[in-house]
Design a protein around this ligand. Structure first.
Ligand SMILES: Cc1cc2nc3c(=O)[nH]c(=O)nc-3n(C[C@H](O)[C@H](O)[C@H](O)COP(=O)(O)O)c2cc1C
Length: 218
């Protein structure tokens, strides 16, 4: 059965605008392609992610230098691998990402730092550079912000969130990705219409997303 990993990067549960839009998309997709399994990873849930600190960073560098990992480093590496496998085993991804201080929420960065490992999600060749290893996946990312919106004056903030996340998806090889923004900001004259526009855009993405998963069902 084709599977989707839904990564929820908002802690605001029922109040979350990005989560509401992700759920709208997933509901529409379930109607279109009922035989799809969805797993939600709530990044802010306590214990959702292992830490990626001293032992894990040494373990990572040991893979580059070819040196032996200590027992503690092997354990940290195995914890990271389990998170990576949940990511790699899915056929498609839905991300909902609030803008936090012009970037992504720290738990999303933590998840990215865990799953982005050499030989797992990317390769490196000194002559040609990096290559993403997660080919054949499809992603939809929903981005919300409360003040920033494309085209606002510089005093209303910057966006390092969407460019960073777009770049990271490409980096790991997820090149088939759509990004939908919802920015009902202070300068927005009609936030409700902006939300409906985001919903329309998400509904329009459903057939293509379903078609990507359909052959996996055969
Ligand atoms: C910690 C924090 C930092 C935020 N930083 C920004 C920001 O830099 N720019 C912005 O436009 N909105 C910012 N916001 C507003 C959120 O992006 C906005 O409320 C968004 O809708 C939240 O998504 P959610 O409803 O899915 O949680 C911030 C909100 C929080 C809680």
């Amino acid at each position: 059965m084709p599977s989707i990993l839904h990564v929820n990067a908002s802690p605001r549960d029922a109040q979350s605008r990005s989560l509401a839009l992700a759920e709208t998309f997933l509901r529409a997709l379930a109607e279109h392609a009922p035989a799809v399994e969805v797993t939600t990873l709530n990044l802010f849930e306590r214990g959702a992610l292992p830490e990626f600190g001293t032992a894990a960073a040494h373990a990572k560098m040991a893979t580059f230098t070819g040196s032996e990992q200590t027992e503690e480093q092997r354990a940290a590496w195995a914890d990271a691998r389990a998170v990576f496998e949940q990511f790699a085993n899915a056929d498609g991804y839905v991300f909902n990402i609030p803008m936090w201080n012009a970037g992504v929420p720290y738990v999303l960065k933590q998840w990215i730092d865990i799953v982005t490992q050499p030989g797992w999600s990317f390769g490196f060749d000194p002559e040609i550079g990096y290559s993403g290893l997660l080919a054949g996946k499809k992603a939809v990312a929903i981005h919300t912000s409360g003040v920033f919106a494309p085209g606002v004056p510089a005093a209303f903030g910057s966006d390092f969130s969407v460019p960073f996340f777009e770049d990271w998806l490409r980096f790991v090889g997820v090149t088939d990705a759509d990004h939908v923004r919802f920015a009902p900001t202070v300068l927005n004259q009609d936030p409700e219409e902006t939300r409906r526009a985001a919903e329309r855009r998400l509904h329009a993405l459903v057939p293509d997303f379903g078609a990507h998963l359909a052959p996996l069902n055969a």
